[in-house]
Design a protein around this ligand. Sequence first.
Ligand code: AMP
Ligand code: ZN
Length: 112
Amino acid sequence: MKDCIFCKIANQEIGTEIEYENDNVIAFKSIDPKARIHLIITTKKHYDTILDIDDAETIQDLHKAIKEVSQKFNIYNSGFRLINNCKEDSGQEVMHAHIHMLGGERLRDAII
Ligand code: AMP
Ligand code: ZN
């Protein structure tokens, strides 16, 4: 989608380093990290929110990415937090479906 920052990253139109890739999903470091490790796991194809993903293989590849990215960053065993902001009330800023993966430290301020 035109003017979507995550589409531009997925299409390699800007120089963001891709840390992980599978058939339908990529991951890269957040530009504004909220933990020692903060990755954005997102779809190559544009979907506005996680609710709009209608492709089973993409859902499967998101799950695969969660496992493989956490392995790559050595937080598979120590643990991590996944956050998805969906639509306005959540504060979603980038309207291209994505999951935040936070870890690499003992996370505090758990809200649930
Ligand atoms: P959200 O509020 O869930 O939409 O979060 C958007 C996330 O994308 C935030 O963590 C931003 O820091 C991150 N972000 C925005 N632009 C970029 C970019 N160009 N490269 C990497 N991360 C970005
Ligand atoms: Zn997009």
